[in-house]
Design a protein around this ligand. Structure first.
Ligand code: ATP
Ligand code: MG
Length: 374
């Protein structure tokens, strides 16, 4: 659609909610769209809800790219809004059809039902006019151009474009979660998946090297664009000196477990301070030798907050596909430096009793205090 005066936004799961929850989510979705457009410099007049659609009044082409960043949307179409009038509809649909070649299909939806003709009747009528006037053929299964018409009360939207959104729920509708983000491929994807489900994500990085922190900050700026409507403020916690200290005191092969457990224990504290309900990590079972179930058990034993691991059952290929799609992949492969603390043979099947001995040896009782009385 070259010329459009509006964007018609269709939401996904929000439509399945009870009316009270749905209203809340619709409000949130509109707020998030407004924030995204403002931050990304998209010019728009206003955003309104019309039946089960949200209508954005704009003709700024940037709206295509920016609407995609907002979760809770099934699809959207830059469209021409006209009065619901069959003669005007014929003229507008025809003008859209005249710009293209090959076969076409007309698809009509009446979002509200007061219009006297049925959807099929309108589709036939408009299809007939286009065929007569342009000589183009109808192909309902695999058309070269699809003309979409949505009738909502006194307004009708006409378009030949439909862009898929990421679905999910509007960010900010599902509470707060702390996301542990390195500079690697996995953790930004894990954080993104929680945002997609509506969580307000707070990015947290444990600093081991300057390079890794640099990667983290770049990842944050990419992820921030998916979080309009919530504050996306990164937190960096010093980690290297403590790890060095553990090593000096003889942690050796246990260093990765101590490292992970310290991150989770501190994240748990920060989550309490910020009112977050969970922690999310990018662990994927068996992806590297140290991501075993036994190690995950030792790392997260007795933690107060649940640790969410949305990638746990995903293959690397699937994770990479998402990372490329959302724009974090290139940063990760550039900045994901090898961890300077990883030993030749990290522990792969840690046992809690052995871990306790190591904790005492390196004087890291703060890592097991939470288990007292548990
Ligand atoms: P990633 O690709 O996310 O770096 P990984 O495959 O390298 O993960 P691990 O090093 O075992 O796996 O880390 C597991 C998870 O621990 C990460 O996905 C991330 O959530 C968290 N994590 C690791 N390092 C850091 C760090 N420096 N700061 C914050 N979180 C981290
Ligand atoms: Mg990593």
């Amino acid at each position: 659609m070259e010329n459009f005066n509006s964007v018609i936004v269709r939401y996904s799961e929000i439509g399945l909610k009870s009316s009270h929850v749905r209203r809340e989510m619709e409000r949130r979705l509109i707020k998030n769209l407004e924030e995204a457009y403002r931050n990304e410099g998209v010019y728009f007049l206003r955003i309104v809800k019309r039946a089960s659609r949200i209508i954005v009044y704009t003709s700024d082409p940037k709206v295509r790219e920016v609407t995609k960043l907002v979760f809770g949307i099934k699809s959207y179409s830059p469209a021409l809004e006209i009065e619901t009038d069959i003669e005007e509809l014929k003229a507008v649909a025809l003008s859209i059809a005249e710009g293209k070649q090959g076969s076409f299909a007309v698809r009509v939806r009446r979002i509200t039902k007061e219009f006297p003709l049925t959807s099929i009747e309108v589709a036939k009528l408009i299809g007939f006019v286009i065929k007569e006037q342009t000589g183009r053929s109808v192909n309902l299964n695999d058309p070269d151009q699809e003309i979409l018409i949505e009738i909502i009360g006194r307004k009708t939207y006409v378009t030949d474009e439909r862009i898929e959104g990421y679905g999910g729920l509007p960010v900010g509708t599902q509470g707060k979660v702390l996301a542990l983000i390195s500079s690697g491929i996995d953790s930004p994807v894990a954080a993104w998946l929680l945002m997609k489900r509506g969580a307000h994500v707070i990015p947290v990085h444990f600093k081991k090297t300057d390079e890794e922190e640099g990667g983290f900050m770049r990842l944050v700026s990419v992820l921030k664009r998916f979080s309009y409507g919530t504050e996306f403020k990164p937190i960096v916690i010093e980690h290297a000196s403590t790890l060095r200290n553990y090593l000096q005191k003889g942690a050796r092969e246990w260093i990765c477990l101590l490292c992970k457990r310290r991150m989770l224990i501190l994240a748990n504290k920060v989550a309490n301070e910020l009112g977050a309900s969970a922690i999310v990590t990018g662990d994927s079972l068996g992806q590297v030798a140290s991501q075993t179930l036994e190690n995950l058990e030792v790392e997260s034993r007795c933690l107060e907050k649940p640790v969410l691991r949305p990638l746990i059952g995903m293959d690397k290929e699937e994770i990479v596909r998402i990372a490329k799609e959302i724009g974090t992949y290139d940063i990760s492969i550039t900045y994901d430096v090898a961890c300077p603390f990883v030993p030749k043979k990290p522990k792969t099947k840690g046992k809690w009793n052995q871990f306790l001995k190591i904790v005492r040896k390196v004087g890291a009782n703060d890592l097991i205090d939470v288990c007292k009385g548990a």
